[in-house]
Design a protein around this ligand. Structure first.
Ligand SMILES: [Zn+2]
Length: 234
């Protein structure tokens, strides 16, 4: 921090005012006056329609205690809750991968309350159960051995993958995210890509390399299907 050259060193009151930093009402530590979150905390509670607890009214609050005391709005339930209980990181690390991209909870952004996380967990368990009780994926409009009870619309894999098996696995995952346990009307496409690379073909009498060009083929697969709910025919 730059030395304040404009300080009036002849005035003891000015010096002490400059040196004494406020003490945080939360943790008791001193902090720089410019980092005071007193007003931010008041505004944060007001913005969420919450009443600031009396013990924090007009108190000095450091940035770290502000993070513990502030309230946040859950992006799923809409409720205000203590921001320190935000579950968004757990959502991202434990659940989002299995719900993205086709489940409605696959792309949540913002703060997530413990109640919001519980909803995500329940939906995640549903998706896992659908995968565990998977019926079939088929090319035609029927699933042998199963009766289709509901059609849920298309699922697509549009980014090219390395094999058809990977496309089928992805469509299965997306079907479960849509609430289905099977898919019909499976259709896939293969694209052939060529690239070329230069390589050393050999060496001339003076040791100079001869170059050749090699063409490399790489296939990618895409596909789509219609997600369905199916029950076994007994
Ligand atoms: Zn503090």
């Amino acid at each position: 921090m730059a030395v304040n050259t404009e300080l009036d060193w002849g005035n003891p009151f000015a010096i002490s005012f400059h040196l004494v930093r406020p003490r945080c009402a939360g943790c008791g530590r001193r902090f720089y006056r410019k980092h005071n979150r007193r007003q931010s905390l008041r505004e944060n509670y007001a913005a969420h329609g919450c009443e600031l607890p009396a013990q924090w009214i007009d108190q000095n609050i450091c940035p770290s205690c502000y993070n513990d005391l502030a309230v946040a709005r859950c992006c799923l339930t809409g409720e205000a809750f203590p921001a320190a209980q935000n579950q968004y990181h757990r959502y991202v690390t434990e659940f989002r991968g299995d719900l993205s991209p086709d489940h409605g909870y696959g792309g949540l952004t913002g703060a997530l309350s413990p109640a919001g996380l519980a909803k995500v967990q329940a939906q995640h368990a549903n998706v896992m159960a659908l995968l565990a009780h998977w019926s079939l994926g088929a090319k035609y409009e029927t699933l042998p051995g199963f009766r289709i009870v509901r059609r849920l619309g298309p699922v697509r894999q549009e980014n090219g993958l390395d094999s058809m098996a990977e496309v089928q696995a992805e469509l299965k995952r997306r079907t479960a995210q849509r609430g289905g346990n099977g898919y019909i009307c499976f259709y896939w496409e293969k694209k052939i890509h060529w690239s070329s690379e230069t390589y050393v073909r050999g060496y001339g009498p003076r040791g100079n390399p001869w170059y050749g060009t090699r063409h490399i083929r790489h296939d990618t697969f895409t596909g789509q299907a219609e997600a369905v709910q199916a029950v076994p025919i007994v």
